[in-house]
Write a protein that binds this ligand. Structure first.
Ligand code: IMP
Ligand code: MG
Length: 178
């Protein structure tokens, strides 16, 4: 097994500052906190860092979570999207930003956008740290993408291989057979 650095911790942090500014500018309503909806488990570090950047910009956020599975410890997507944990509270009338680690086939996020859209948020946007455009099967509108990457399996900064490597501070290509 070999880890090849793809995106450094510094590059991730400077991208997050940029994304937080864009999110702040896109949501004029400051009367209610923004709902940052993290998709467990891969988005935890990203959600945490984005929420603290938004605080620096004077934005209050509520942190909510959903867990969805389309993925079973292997290095290819299964195609089935199952809600393992739903939201605890209503998003009606709220400004919601879905925070996801990676946009791969697009199945997870297109399913979530459709589902959450039926719950009448004031606005619904998607922010994915990574995107693999060459892996896309389902087309999904995504307002913010941190980095477009090649169609290779990556780990770190929340992303796992069989639950490992989530606590790397950077993103690495995972070479299993080396
Ligand atoms: P999608 O529904 O195919 O877009 O899959 C998205 C989910 O697959 C992500 O939330 C990740 O959990 C997982 N995933 C996709 N590509 C990778 C990868 O390169 N490394 C780790 N997890 C990945
Ligand atoms: Mg995931």
């Amino acid at each position: 097994m070999r880890l090849e650095t793809l995106i450094s911790a510094e590059e991730i942090q400077s991208k997050i500052q940029h994304l937080a500014k864009q999110i702040d500018a896109s949501i004029p309503n400051r009367d209610q906190p923004i709902i940052l909806l993290g998709i467990l488990k891969g988005s935890v570090h990203f959600l945490s860092d984005i929420s603290r950047e938004l605080w620096k910009l004077g934005r209050d956020c509520h942190l909510e979570f959903m867990q969805v599975s389309s993925w079973h410890g292997e290095t290819s997507s299964s195609g089935v999207v199952q809600i393992k944990k739903d939201l605890d509270s209503s998003i009606e009338g709220r400004d919601v930003v879905i925070i996801e680690d990676i946009l791969d086939t697009g199945r997870t996020l297109s399913h979530l956008r459709e589902l959450l859209g039926t719950r009448h948020p004031n606005s619904l946007q998607i922010c994915a740290l990574l995107s693999k455009p060459d892996a896309r099967i389902v087309n999904v509108e995504c307002e913010y993408i941190g980095f477009s990457i090649p169609n290779k399996f990556v780990v770190g900064y929340g992303l796992d291989f069989d639950e490992r490597y989530r606590n790397l501070q950077y993103i690495a290509v995972f070479h299993q057979d080396e």
